[in-house]
Write a new protein. Structure first.
Length: 358
């Protein structure tokens, strides 16, 4: 083992121990997300070109996991109050005294990992070690969410999916049947169903499906099921309100809580404006890359076709440019344009630009 990897493991161990003193299962869950992204090839960590420089993480275009972890944040109440939410993967401050107080930092359109933490994520050996170390950390907390994440770290999200789904369906249609009448496959799967919060054992040795109390586990479970996406979940009516809160938080934090075109950074008057209208594009509606952070005036101006973004620059329509009374609305625009940390969907920006009047 190289010295660098060894030092990095010690840095991670110290950081994880630092996280243990607070109660954030979700912070550990974000590291799980990073591991999943790296292992699946959806995310890439680029090695620093010089010693001491941070490594850079490129974000995946499929943000299925990121959305799943938004749900974790929402469940933990981390989305309440302006300014409290960072882009999920940067929300990992650790306070251990000696260590940098953040694993990840945002740099323009990229996430960078502080140097001591990079070697572990860059090597397969390091990632395997982190997987087990993280599972042990989560098991120590013994929260339902933590246990499910630990199970996924040890066995993979997909390991028993088909069998678990079959068993889960069976349970929901035979919720009163004694265990002895269940098929072997169902019986074998029951401990895992318990781990995922989908079932509980009764004293009469029956299993019953669980509802409600372990919502987070089911959301993670559903979000990661084959062929399903958390986006679909978010647009179901039961989740719509939460989905909109997640959307607003992600859009505003993507612009660091500033209006994208003027120098207003007051969360109370900032809005998450949709580029493509949700009703016409339900598939993209709650994707935060379809959203732009705007103050109320500029939101209204965009909705009325008086304002759009052209490349990286705000552009105003002819009508507004000719109107003296609009000067206060228009003059600060170009000098104060803000770029999002994660780029928005180009076709959504183009669509808005085509709506610009005159
Ligand atoms: Zn504004």
């Amino acid at each position: 083992m190289t010295d660098a990897l060894d030092r990095s493991m010690r840095a991670w161990a110290e950081a994880l121990a630092g996280m243990r003193t607070t109660k954030p299962t979700y912070k550990a869950s974000l590291i799980v997300a990073i591991l999943e992204l790296l292992e699946s090839g959806a995310g890439q960590l680029v090695e620093p070109t010089q010693a001491g420089a941070p490594a850079t993480l490129s974000l995946p275009t499929d943000d299925r996991l990121a959305s799943a972890f938004d749900l974790v944040l929402a469940e933990h109440g981390a989305l309440e109050g302006p300014g409290r939410v960072e882009q999920p993967l940067t929300h990992m401050a650790v306070r251990t005294g000696k260590m940098p107080d953040q694993l990840w930092r945002r740099r323009r359109n990229a996430l960078t990992l502080e140097p001591p933490f990079a070697p572990v994520l860059l090597s397969p050996e390091g990632r395997a070690w982190l997987r087990i170390t993280l599972a042990e950390e989560l098991e120590r907390r013994a929260s339902p969410v933590g246990l499910r994440l630990a199970h996924a770290l040890r066995h993979g999200w997909d390991s028993d999916r088909e069998r678990l789904e079959e068993a889960s369906d069976w349970l929901h249609s035979h919720s009163d049947a004694p265990l002895t009448t269940a098929s072997d496959r169902v019986r074998e799967s029951l401990p895992q169903l318990e781990t995922f919060g989908l079932a509980a054992r009764t004293r009469e040795d029956r299993f019953r499906p669980l509802e409600g109390d372990l919502k987070t586990g089911r959301l993670i479970w559903q979000a990661l099921r084959a062929g399903d996406t958390s986006m679909k979940l978010l647009t179901t009516s039961a989740q719509r309100r939460q989905g909109q809160e997640v959307f607003r938080a992600r859009v505003l934090s993507n612009f660091d809580y500033w209006c994208a075109v003027c120098p207003i950074g007051i969360p109370e008057i900032l809005e998450a404006a949709h580029l493509l209208p949700v009703h016409a594009h339900p598939e993209i509606g709650l994707d935060f890359r379809n959203g732009i952070s705007l103050c109320r005036n500029h939101h209204r101006a965009m909705d009325e076709g008086l304002l759009a973004i052209d490349g990286e620059r705000p552009r105003i329509g002819h009508a507004l440019a000719q109107d003296d009374s609009a000067r206060g609305l228009c003059e600060p625009l170009s000098a104060n344009a803000r770029q999002p940390f994660v780029p928005l969907h180009a076709h959504a920006l183009d669509w808005r630009l085509n709506q610009l009047r005159g």
